[in-house]
Design a protein around this ligand. Sequence first.
Ligand SMILES: [Zn+2]
Length: 433
Amino acid sequence: MTTLRIAGGRVLLPDTSVARADVLVDREAGEIIGVGDSEELPAGDDRLDAADGFVIPGLVNAHGHAAMTLLRGYADDKPLETWLREDVWPIEGALAPEDVRAGAELGILEMIRSGTTAFADMYFHVPEVAAAVEESGMRARLGHGVVTVGKDEQAAREDVEESLAVAAEFDGAADGRIETAVMPHSLTTVSRDHLAALVEGARETGVPLHYHANETRAEVDPIVEEEEKRPLEYARDLGMLEAEDFLAHGVHLDDREIELLAETGASVIHCPASNMKLASGMAPVQELLDAGVTVGIGTDGAASNNDLDAFDELRDAAMLGKLAADDASAVPAESTVEMATAGSAEALGITSGRIEAGANADLAVIDLESAHLTPAHDLVSHLAYAVRGSDVRHTVCDGRVLMRDREILTLDEDRVRKEARRRASEAVERAHR
Ligand SMILES: [Zn+2]
């Protein structure tokens, strides 16, 4: 066993208290083996300096589309349906596998630089996303997003089959850092029969389902009209609301649907920035938490955010949660931090998001020596309201240091940015031809 000791900092513990402690990591097993003061723990083979720093669980970005970084700032200021049809889908239709690889690497680079150590990703050309995850050292739950509405039966079936094949092939890849899910895009963009086929395949493979649900009113109304039930009742009846399943957004939920989530144990991934930017609405986050629903946090794609800095998301979740509840005490800092760490990790079914022995060694160290983090009355408050991704000094995933003193060790940062810039402009040109 070789060990890594993260030394000299203050540590965020699972009960959201903060203690001066070192963290000892087994690098081969990728696990935390001890948290304690300097005399309690052995020296460690390698050291990561956390002096004047705050050691936190790596953030878990539980919903997104990493390769959409290629569309960052390409089309803003439009509602969801128009934006997808006029701007996003035409460009995505022009993306080659190598483009998705470049976009995923750019997204991963941005996430490592801002303290995210695990993410869920719904996209296409998933083998490319998996290759980027493997190379970068991050942890992810990946899936192929299926859209069948508007396609002929053969094309629809091919999409369904690809999603199932990818879920079976990559689950457990990259020494277990990659797991998969079957990912119908949403309850309205995939037909009932195809949803049923995806559910059956997911259960056979033993992987969860992940999909967008109740994001906009335009997505809720047709289901209520045609099925005469709420979207999550429709999902439950199709077998899509099991404890391991997680859905993105959950903006427009009624009381019965919140109850259903609590009863089934399915998780909701809150994407506050995307919901604000697309004017989708305000998710009832405090109500979900009060009902005992597991809530995680996601950035969604860079085209609707426009960055993958999860610290922005913590701040947005806290602020928007208060507005939605009309109560300044709603969604307090502790809840926000828990959602982005343990909540998201639980939604993804990974043992990350907590600094304690036995958990995955997925960590970030925040540098506290800056004007906007001074003074430090309450470090949990700082995480929710004041820390920025650029304050992250080191990022560790699975016991491996991915960024040390802001230098990325697993990816060539200049190459990744250059490649993404070139491929993004070529894809835009192709889409307009
Ligand atoms: Zn999304």
